[in-house]
Design a binder for this molecule. Structure first.
Ligand code: MRU
Length: 357
């Protein structure tokens, strides 16, 4: 029975915040829910300085495009509060991971606020205010994406209950709110229209198995985990009505960089006539990157793939899906479908997010 529902234990368990700023007697710190220890342990990682935060970003203790932007902005605020050189801190933070465009956006936004203030303490307060504003805006964007995304699902899939496949982790753990693609699935669940959330394991770091399953379980959603290489037979069995994924960067031509393994799902979805929907805030759209080939794809250590078995590995963290395979990009400002540069530019122009160069 491929479509058997797995119902999590009853009720909704409130998860701890993914990230929070804490003013302590010996100075402020950024507290991160350490995603490398989930789901076994809900432990907070204390980042008292920028090098600690850079390490947390590189090791994926904090991860996912929108949350990386928020963390980057708080990182600049941390450097400013400690009286450290903000430009040096910004360069270290921005360089920690290259593909998620939100990281650079958050960092530059806090730096711009810092530069715009009159003196040291005002500048530190301005950087912190920028980080807090981005945090709140992301929560709001998340709620709006969920509304637009659910309306789109209902329009594309009039049959009623949706069976949705997702990849990587795109929920509360990556956002100031309830996430991107996951937030749409959650909205469908709350509306009684999610039949099954199919969760890809997401090799090699298992963001799906460890994090999406943890979030889905916490919300009492009907989810089922699968090995990434089981997706093909799941499509062939007619068990997927739509694919919902997030994005780390969307180029001006609509190409979508997301967790490696997204592109094969787009190819499968096209072959099986299933909508492939990308959900991302306008801060993930990078009109300054012309096309998919210009997106830098982060290469990570082969150890993550091969462990002890084989020393030589190919381990790109992301892949790029061309716009022609994407049915729709759902942003907080509305939907691009078909996905064209002009439509993405229109949605970005509508965005209330502060623009930074
Ligand atoms: O390497 P990760 O875990 O940071 O990759 C995250 C993803 O690929 C997410 O799908 C993406 O950031 C979108 S999250 C809203």
């Amino acid at each position: 029975m491929v479509d058997q529902h797995i119902q999590a234990p009853d009720g909704v368990r409130p998860p701890p915040p993914s990230l929070r700023w804490d003013e302590r007697p010996d100075g402020p710190v950024l507290l991160l829910l350490d995603q490398t220890r989930l789901p076994a342990e809900e432990a907070e990682l204390v980042c008292g300085d920028v090098p600690a935060l850079v390490r947390a970003i590189r090791t994926l203790a904090v991860r996912g495009a929108p949350l990386l932007g928020i963390a980057g902005a708080y990182g600049v605020a941390l450097a400013a509060a400690r009286g450290e050189d903000v430009d040096t801190a910004a360069a270290a933070l921005e360089g920690a991971r290259p593909t998620a465009v939100n990281l650079g956006y958050g960092v530059r936004r806090a730096v711009a606020a810092h530069q715009g203030a009159a003196c040291g303490s005002e500048a530190a307060a301005a950087a912190l205010a920028a980080a807090k504003a981005l945090h709140l805006e992301d929560a709001e964007a998340s709620a709006r994406m969920a509304r637009h995304g659910l309306a789109l699902l209902d329009e594309l899939l009039p049959a009623g209950e949706h069976r949705v496949l997702t990849h990587c982790n795109t929920g509360r753990l990556v956002s100031g709110g309830e996430g991107t693609a996951f937030a749409v699935a959650l909205a469908a669940h709350r509306a009684g229209r999610l039949r099954t959330l199919w969760v890809d394991e997401t090799r090699p770091l298992l963001q799906g198995a460890r994090l999406t399953a943890y979030e889905a379980d916490g919300h009492g959603m009907a989810y089922r985990l699968l090995a990434d290489n089981a997706a093909g037979s799941l499509f062939a069995a007619g068990q997927v009505d739509a694919v919902l994924i997030g994005a780390d960067r969307i180029a001006a031509d609509g190409s979508v960089a997301n967790k490696v393994g997204s592109y094969p799902l787009a190819v499968l979805a096209r072959y099986h006539h299933v909508p492939f929907i990308v959900v991302a805030p306008t801060t993930t759209v990078d009109l300054g990157t012309a096309d998919g080939a210009s997106i830098e794809v982060e290469q990570r250590s082969g150890q993550e793939v091969s462990g002890m078995y084989a020393p030589h590995a190919y381990n790109p963290a992301f892949d790029v899906t061309p716009a022609e395979l994407v049915t729709a990009v759902v942003t907080e400002e509305g939907v691009a479908s078909p996905v064209t540069g002009a439509r993405l530019a229109e949605l970005c122009a509508r965005s209330r997010q502060v623009s930074v160069s």
